[in-house]
Ligand binder design. Structure first.
Ligand SMILES: [Zn+2]
Length: 411
């Protein structure tokens, strides 16, 4: 994931810079083909730049390795030899247009190329040295990571708030991933607040090279606090996950049923035949039978979008969990929640009854995925792995200073 992000970041950088670079290149060519040496630093990968003529450029569309070296006065048999020798490490046919390269050429009148440095991305380089014998070396620039803080109050969207603070959009994207099962990011409220501690990567301590992981975050949604701490809960697998201040995994699966104790009396069935009418009437819900007055639980965190009495449905509540999932609970004796209310997984939202069209007390549980009713028992829903008891104490002491730091970030 991180590599993907770095790549994206680099891609953006390249896209941004390639336009004016093209213009520059054209300007250069239209003059008299003399490339001015560009000094980047006194030393580059151990080469003393004072001893060379340094040429920085970008590979043009359709430009081959051979063409570049030929341009810098390396003769063809030598080019062929170089390409052949370095092929196991760097296939010169795979050099890509738009990538940066540096040529270190002789400072004398021959101006012959001696070293070719190909920049795969901001971090990875291949150095081809053909001063005497030919050799290739792959080099990675040193990456340092600094923890950065950001905080804000949402006026419009999270990405806009972060953008105003000049924080990479990657952070907004990662935050919405982390909270996907807790907060509906498409329904953020004005005055929701956030704080985040994230890793910013740097090359040579100065050049930004992408966002690392989010270390911790705090979100205040409709006045409710939601913490998230990055933690490796399973040392064997080394999988990182996000947990709240009470060790709960933020990736919450749906509860299997909206009732604690119940039995399923009728499953989701598109071909259900109704005895009385003698015709097929699909049943797109799952019926859970329980005595009148049994508490009905929200199967996941979400926002109440309907709470009313209507015809055959009787008293019902509908909850939107995120951009993908919505659930509905029918035939309640009494509803406990109002439209707009935010409920957590397991919160009581009403009580079992037999309002509407029903022959006995039960909850008809309906499950929407992307606006279509589906069978919840057949969905592959993300499994939330509870944190093992034996590491909970370690986790809590691990997050204490981080939580302090979060709490002290001003908005
Ligand atoms: Zn039903």
């Amino acid at each position: 994931m991180t590599i993907k992000k770095i790549t994206l970041f680099i891609f953006l950088l390249i896209t941004l810079s390639s336009c004016d670079e093209k213009a520059k290149t054209r300007a250069k060519e239209s003059t008299d083909n003399i490339k001015k040496p560009v000094k980047v630093a006194a030393k580059l990968f151990g080469y003393n730049l004072d001893n060379f003529k340094v040429i920085n450029n970008k590979i043009k569309n359709g430009e081959a390795f051979g063409t570049i070296l030929d341009h810098h006065h390396v003769w063809s048999p030598k080019i062929y030899e170089i390409a052949k020798k370095i092929k196991p490490t760097l296939d010169v046919r795979r050099l890509r247009a738009g990538k940066n390269y540096t040529i270190l050429a002789a400072k004398d009148s021959t101006e012959q190329a001696k070293v070719f440095i190909y920049q795969h991305d901001l971090i990875n380089y291949s150095i081809v040295d053909f001063r005497d014998s030919i050799f290739i070396k792959k080099v990675k620039k040193k990456i340092t990571v600094k923890i950065r803080e950001a905080a804000g109050v949402i006026t419009n969207s999270l990405s806009q708030s972060l953008d105003e603070k000049h924080v990479s959009p990657v952070v907004a994207n990662d935050l919405s991933d982390i909270y996907a099962w807790t907060i509906d990011f498409f329904r953020l409220q004005k005055n929701d607040k956030f704080k985040v501690l994230y890793e910013q990567k740097y090359i040579n301590d100065t050049v930004p090279a992408g966002i690392g992981k989010i270390k911790a975050a705090y979100f205040e949604h409709v006045g409710k606090p939601f913490y998230a701490f990055n933690f490796v809960a399973d040392s064997v697998v080394g999988v990182q996950d996000y947990f709240d201040e009470e060790t709960n995994n933020l990736r919450r699966a749906f509860l299997k049923a909206p009732l604690k104790f119940s039995r399923i009396s009728s499953r989701y069935n598109l071909k259900r035949r109704i005895a009385f009418y003698g015709r097929v009437k699909p049943h797109r819900g799952t019926d859970f039978t329980a005595p009148v007055g049994t508490p009905i639980l929200s199967t996941a965190n979400g926002k109440v979008i309907e709470s009313r009495y209507k015809g055959g449905n009787g008293n019902y509540v509908k909850i939107r969990h995120n951009a993908t999932y919505t659930t509905q609970y029918l035939h309640m004796k009494k509803r406990k929640v109002k439209v707009g209310e935010y409920v957590k997984q397991g919160d009581v939202i009403g009580w079992v009854g037999m309002t509407g069209n029903t022959s006995g007390p039960h909850v008809c549980y309906r499950f929407w995925k992307n606006g279509r009713q589906v069978d919840p028992l057949k969905q592959k829903l993300p499994a939330a792995k509870p944190m093992k008891k034996e590491i909970q104490e370690k986790y809590l002491s691990f997050i204490t200073p981080i939580k302090n730091q979060l709490d002290n970030i001003p908005y």
